[in-house]
Design a protein around this ligand. Structure first.
Ligand SMILES: NC(=O)c1ccc[n+]([C@@H]2O[C@H](COP(=O)([O-])OP(=O)(O)OC[C@H]3O[C@@H](n4cnc5c(N)ncnc54)[C@H](O)[C@@H]3O)[C@@H](O)[C@H]2O)c1
Length: 350
């Protein structure tokens, strides 16, 4: 049987365990998998672009598990009462190809993106950072805020969105966290004033300049999340030119990240090297660091791996027949002949 996790089951599970606990656990899974970087069969994701958005497939595998995520990015979707980013994914057994888990990944994407941001910031942000500017206050924003609050000690959030209702929604959703002060600012520039970390997580399918060089002070860490497609960026090129840049998987980030604005010869560092201790993260107090996040398949693999473990412990989801289980595996036709449902065999062992 295949495990199935739908939105209701996952939301219930997150409410029970708490988003902060799960994002903290997920950072552990991410680091374990980033440390096994060389064991993965990696590729840049396969993207189908249209004028209004993108639909992407994100596959990855090691010698035991295979995963893929289906995800879109349609910044105008909220006008049709649909989220900008929607996703689902599969975890499968490499030995047999059997799909072990089919899961919703819209909520999971928000958790894993925030966990990845925090994982990078642990190595790149100035120690003792307490304030963060959060530009773009849509679906991802609360997750980013809570991950940085709970794991990096951010206690002051300075928010800005071109849609004031989005910022009000963010503030209301975070009202249950009295140790996190949330201030709505009248502009992105004012949000960035005095911030130790700047997170940009806007959705706009163009070469935008959410962040210009004059808004960035020495020592700041920039967590750039929303520039993740060809022709969709957030940082002014000058910001990149004055920063030390870190990416997930360079071949994909060159196409999709904010670094698409730079020549291919411009030096960037893949995060796995920093996590493995091969290369340093932040080296100086006054350095400006950028995590040019686009979202890499490995992060969804880690999230699916974690969810599958909870599902196997009976904590999450249900089981269903995605694949026929046959008395005679060469007799698929028997499914058409049986009057009674074919008896199901025992659960496939992994
Ligand atoms: N790097 C990753 O791994 C990753 C993962 C998930 C989402 N994303 C990207 O993050 C972005 C945000 O995703 P979301 O699900 O929160 O989308 P969303 O549509 O829910 O929210 C985006 C917000 O950005 C605001 N915005 C647009 N232009 C702005 C500007 N110039 N200044 C300030 N605010 C502006 C919008 O008003 C909206 O509230 C998207 O671009 C998405 O593709 C990246």
């Amino acid at each position: 049987m295949t495990h199935f996790i739908d939105v209701a089951s996952l939301s219930h599970f997150i409410r029970r365990r708490s988003a902060t606990e799960l994002m903290s656990k997920l950072v552990g899974y991410l680091e374990q998998d980033y440390l096994r970087w060389g064991e993965f069969d990696k590729s840049a994701r396969l993207a189908a672009h249209s004028e209004v958005g993108v639909i992407e497939l994100m596959p990855i595998a090691d010698d035991k598990l295979y995963s893929f995520k289906y995800v879109n990015g349609h910044p105008n979707n909220p006008q049709q009462l649909l989220p900008t980013v929607m996703a689902f994914g599969v975890l499968a057994d490499v030995g047999t190809g059997y799909p072990l888990l089919l899961s919703e990944l819209t909520l999971v994407t928000a958790l894993r993106t925030a966990a990845t941001s925090v994982m990078a910031a642990k190595y790149l942000a100035r120690p003792g950072s307490t304030s963060m500017a959060l530009i773009g206050n849509g679906s991802q924003s609360e997750f980013q805020a809570l991950a940085f609050h709970s794991q990096l000690g951010i206690t002051e959030l300075r928010c800005f969105d071109v849609d004031p209702a989005a910022s009000e929604k963010l503030k209301a959703n975070l009202s249950g966290y009295p140790d996190l002060k949330v201030e709505i600012c009248p502009s992105a520039a004012e949000a960035c004033e005095g911030a130790d970390i700047i997170t940009t997580v806007t959705a706009d399918k163009r070469l935008a300049t959410i962040l210009t060089a004059d808004m960035v002070s020495p020592g700041v860490h920039i967590n750039a999340v929303g520039g993740d497609c060809p022709g969709k960026t957030e940082l002014e090129r000058a910001v990149l030119e004055q920063s030390e840049i870190f990416v997930e998987y360079e071949p994909q980030s060159r196409i999709e990240g904010d670094i698409q604005q730079l020549p291919a010869s411009h030096q960037v560092t893949e995060m796995w090297r920093v996590i493995a201790g091969e290369q340093p993260g932040r080296t100086e107090e006054q350095q400006i660091t950028v995590f040019d996040s686009v979202g890499f398949a490995l992060e969804d693999y880690s999230a699916l791996r974690m969810l599958h473990e909870y599902a196997c412990q009976g904590e999450l989801g249900s089981d269903f027949n995605l694949i026929p289980q046959l008395d005679n595996p060469k007799n698929l036709f028997q499914l058409l002949l049986a009057n009674e449902p074919v008896q199901q065999k025992a659960k496939v062992a992994v």
